[in-house]
Structure formats: structure tokens, C-alpha cells
Design a protein around this ligand. Sequence first.
Ligand code: ACM
Length: 525
Amino acid sequence: MRKTLSRAVLGATVLGLAAMAAPGSAAAGPAPSERQVTDLVPAPVQAIADPAASFRLTPFTVIHAGRGAGDVATYLRGLLRPATGYPLPVVPVNPGRSTISLDLGHADPRVGSEGYQLDVTKSGVRLRANTSAGLFEGVQSLRQLLPSAIDAKTVQHRTWTIAGGSVLDYPRFGHRGAMLDVARHFFTPAQVKTYIDQIVQYKINTLHLHLSDDQGWRIEIKSWPRLATEGGKTAAYGDPGGYYTQAEYQEIVAYAASRHITVVPEIDMPGHTNAAQATYAELNCDGVAVPPRTDIEVGYSSLCIGSPITYRFVEDVIRELAAITPGKYIGIGGDEAHSTSAEDYRAFYEKVSPLVAKYGKLITGWHEIAKTPLPTSAVPQYWDQGGPNADVAAAAARGNKFIMSPANRAYLDMKYTAETPLGQSWAGLVEVRDAYDWDPATFVPGVGEQSVAGVEAPLWTETIRTNDNIEYMAFPRLPGIAEIGWSPQEARNWDGYRERLAKQAPRWVVQGIDFYRSPQVDWRG
Ligand code: ACM
């Protein structure tokens, strides 16, 4: 296995300077806070700590929303109200004192479409961005500068300071995803929303929902109604299934959008299709429905490549999914099609890929689809374990960008250690450092920085049944994948990260996140 060490160089980034201003140098001013702008996860591009300039939130503090910033201001108020008990009115005019100000359109051009500038002084907090997505990401940083008790659901009687300093920040990659497999086990809209609120803290901006697999079909398709009502009944290990009506799916999409997360729906094909083929006999070459399966084998199912009805089915599904998905991408699967010949696999995607464009969307899918003719707008997702891959390198050379999710680094369902009670180990054991200490731009030969759209942390759910299970596998690895996607490579290294990560733990305790206390980290709290 390749082991890619990050260049552990802080160089001239201001993180280095900030260390000089760490607690201890702040003799004057408010009580030194245990939090610094240099503690943020993901690590910012630039951060200068000024502990003497911390801002004290009071019952009289207001949130000023500049033009267009109202939604993010209201979201911020919703975050700060329960624990402070302060009214924190959102006001359109800056009163000039005790204000957290959110300004749209006045930021340094370097922050681009998702970055922000944050300045915290004794007299006020100023957050600037060029887009509301940037303001939203800035708010996630702002949260981390408050005591972890800010996430309590009830009023905490204490003082509230926001750590002083300034941050200029923007992401390395546009795609920072989490995937949830709702097919092996079903998770309700409320469960998915809980996960959304957990992952946005680390500036994840994409939720990939794996909506179908051998064990269950999870999305209502009106033209093939039994996919959901019958194919949705099953789940891994014979557990109860479930599905989203289109209205419920749209509710998830809207909730995600309110948190600047784009949902990417995936229908797996031409393999991983047993639930569909158990439901509709005509999707099988012999016209006989296969029995439903709830074991966790892979690679045994295949749609009938030569049959016209297969493409009617796929087109109906893509059309209905595209109509309820505002995001640009539709996932068309493609992994582990071991029961589809190479010739059939190619023939299948020659017919299916154009259907995505026909309904106004762009293609994503597992990296095996790089073997087929793809438009350069398609973004395959790499899930292998490193080493040369001629099809992947050739697609990158043609101009396709890849989402990097190497299973031995980014798969949240791999066990941390042999003792981890949940998860699998086919890609090895993935401790917190393994998940963090790699560079997506040097992982696969031929897939350099320019060929990387971003990173994604998939959570397959064969063994995952509850939100506690999700949390235990995602935390603390997901923040590491998020940092890989956001932070400059030269601003991150394991030794610094494990210190910053340790300080996140008290937040997870308050938030009720059931996380794995890896012995690789000296946890605080
Ligand atoms: C995969 O893990 N089969 C994408």
C-alpha cells in the first residue's frame, strides 16, 4: 500500500505566526480562552490569533444581516439562542456596537465562492463573503470559536466569548462530500437531517445518497411504484426496510440546501440491482423475478443488458430523479458489476450515459465507469486503494475530474482496529491517522491536483443501523476527510491536526455525538 505523507511544512502560512500569539502572550484582556482561530477544523488558509481581542456575547448583542445575508443570519441566531438564551435579533442596519455582522459581497476576491473572512475584535465580529455559501462556512468557523457549551439545547448560565483574531479562508476543492448508504439499512428523513447537521460543521457541502442496492430500493418512482413499496421492504440481515416518498426526498434535499449541502442521488446499476429485479420480473433476462436477498454478498446481480425494457426502466428512474433533484449530478453507479461482461458493461453505459444529459444533469458514478465513453463533464468517484489504474488515468488525461474516496483511507465503514464492533475490514483497518494522512492529488498516478474535484467519505451501512452507529464510524474520521477537502495541503500535518482534533471532542460530547476515542489522539474532555 502506498503511504503518502503530507508535506509537514507550515512554511510562511500565518498559522505559524499565530502560534506566537497563543495563550500566555495575552496577559491583558479577557480571560484567555482555550480556543483560538488557529484551532479550527478544517485548518484555515490564514489565521492570526489575538486572544486579547475576544468578543463577549451579551443579552444586547445583535446580528446584523447585510443585504442577502438574512438566511445565514437567521441560521446563526438559531445556533446561538438555545444555549445563551439571548434574543440576538437579526437587524438590517448595523447599530455599531455589540454586533455580529454578516456582509455579502465585500470580501477579498481570494475567498471565491465558498470562502469567507472573519474578524473578531473586542468591539464586534465581522464576517464577510462573496456568497451566502461563504457566509455559511464562515458561521461554521465562528461556532468553533465559542465554548463547546454553545451547542447545548438548554440555557447555560455562563459567559460567552468568541476567540479573537482574523481568518481568511477558502477551500482547496469544490467537492467535499459524505455518502450515506440508505439502501443496506434505511435511515429516515429525520435521521438523515441529524447527519447533515453534524457534517456541515466541517464544511462538507455534498451529501451523496446511495438510494438502491441488492438489499433494498429507497426512493419512490411513480412509473414503477413497486420498486419502493415492495423493493423497499427489505434491508441487510433481514432488518426492516423503508423508502422515501418523492415528497420526503425533496424535504431532505430542501433541508440540505438550507445548510448549503447539495444532494447527489445515486441509483446503482447495472449491478447491485437485486431489489429491483426481485420486484419486477421483466428486469430479468429470463422474465422471472429473482428472490429478494438480504445477505451482504456483492457482484451477483445484473440488469438485462440486451433488453429494451431495461433502458425504459433506467430512463424512467433518471427522469423522475432528475425532476426532484436541483443539484447538477445524478449518480449512475457502476461498481462491482461482476456479473456483467465487459462488453455488456460498455454497451449499457453507451445507452445510459446520454440519458443523464437528456434530463439536464451531469454524470457521477463509481470509477469503473471510466472504462466507458464519458463526457468530460462526468465526475467518477475513485474508491480503490491506490496504485496505477490505466482507465482512471486515461479519463483524467481526457479531462475528467475525480472524487477521491479511496477505501483504505476514506471509507467510514472500515473498522478502526480489529476490535471495532461495527464495520468491515476488506480494505484494511483505517485508524484516524490513516484517514487523515494522505493527499488526494498524489494518491493515484495520473490523477493530480487538476484532476481532483474533491474528496468524499462514504459510509456503507451493512453493519450500521442507528445514528449512534453512524456517528461512531464518522467521528473522528469524517472531520479529517473534510479537512483534506478544504485545507491547503501545506497547512496540514498529522501532529498539528491531532491537537486541533482533540479540542473538538468537548463539542461532540455536548452535541451527543457518539465518537470513537482513538488512542492516537490525546482527547480533551
Ligand atoms: C464500492 O465500494 N463498491 C463502491
